[in-house]
Write a protein that binds this ligand. Sequence first.
Ligand SMILES: Cc1cc2nc3c(=O)[nH]c(=O)nc-3n(C[C@H](O)[C@H](O)[C@H](O)COP(=O)(O)O)c2cc1C
Length: 444
Amino acid sequence: MADLSIDFAGITSPNPFWLASAPPTNSGDQVMRAFDHGWGGAVWKTLGDPIVDTSSRFGALHVGDQRMVGFNNIELITDRPLEVNLREIREVKRRYPKHALIVSLMVESKDDWREIIRRTIDTGADGIELNFGCPHGMCERGMGSAVGQEPEVLKVVAGWAVEYSTIPVLIKLTPNVGDILEPGVAAVEAGAHGLSLINTIKSITGVDLDRMVPYPVVGGRSTNGGYCGPAVKPIALHMVAALARDPRITVPLSGIGGIATWRDAAEFIALGCTSVQVCTAVMHYGFRIVEDMIEGLSDFLDSRGLKSVNELRGKAIGAYAEWGDLDLNYKVAAQIDTDKCIGCDLCYVACRDSSVHCIHTGEHPLPAGHRAPAREAAIARAKSAGVHVTWVDWDECTGCNLCSHVCPVPGCITMVDDTRGKPFESWNDRIARGTDKVPGGLHG
Ligand SMILES: Cc1cc2nc3c(=O)[nH]c(=O)nc-3n(C[C@H](O)[C@H](O)[C@H](O)COP(=O)(O)O)c2cc1C
């Protein structure tokens, strides 16, 4: 069985699965129950001056019968007294010495940072995570994303923490920036030992049209919240990958954003993360999901012959290139499995209205010389079963793969290689050879 243990900037953990700083890590009781279920680490709900939260404070995007595809909150940091939190952190660390226990912090002044870091170290915690990401409530007070969005300010505050801390300092980045490299590089330059990302994305999940108030409704008003859950995973993956492939980012990454399964976690690790953190999926399904995550990741590593999770780290980074370096001669074509097609016509309509209209039904004529490997089978099945079976003209198909995404039948539409021996040629190759030109606008 593959070794799942990790070492994150000197913080060891039995597996890469950590709880993110959020409601599931608000108390010692919760964190200890989570560790009993198998979580390898936890980032404690952000400590600072206790706040007062609003009621309500969560919004959600439900799509069809899928609940909480996206989740939104206007919750602030911990509402519990500092002494209580510190006492519980000490107790958790005493009882679970092998688990990673990191404490998220957010205060304002230099003296406050010195004091809270000193008291946190005193609990025996393994590391601290600076919350430079909260995009509501705390930023109006000069904290959270107000720090994370200004690389120079971030550098100063992170520098204080690095100076005062004798345990590893992780910086949690906000995604509410134009280029994640700017705060990421600033954090590394300030001496941070690791980066966590992403915190939540500024959002409004919807509007109550009866009351004419955006969600979540607080009396007669609302405000923007922070978005997370499955919907943000693609944004988080992109930001993680952008950091992982940059040579200036020399510290480990903790990936956060929409992780709910072992597969999500494996994707973040393949794009360079050492650990992953989970919030929304635990708020939705509870601590027990980690059992499936551990088993799934372990089986996956075994199936690939990887002896440890560390061997998976960064394996997909090399394949992440600039658009200009992609092969313009690589070509795929859609192949519809005649036997699986249910004749819903979604692919037909999508291709006709939004692509090149290369998907046809029945005895639609095929131009001379064109290839349509499934045409005869589709016509035969349509006749025998009395259903509307679609087929693809491969010489018209541009391989956009819209049809495979709209198809509701798993495995019915696959994209198959139709490159037919053409050599690799990227746009940058074409520019270099003078067979394509850089648009004049780029030269101003
Ligand atoms: C209700 C709620 C409260 C949160 N509180 C904190 C917090 O106190 N400190 C922090 O750094 N992040 C906080 N977060 C952000 C999460 O730690 C995490 O970065 C984000 O939710 C993305 O992960 P997910 O998609 O798994 O939820 C909170 C998120 C939610 C939903």
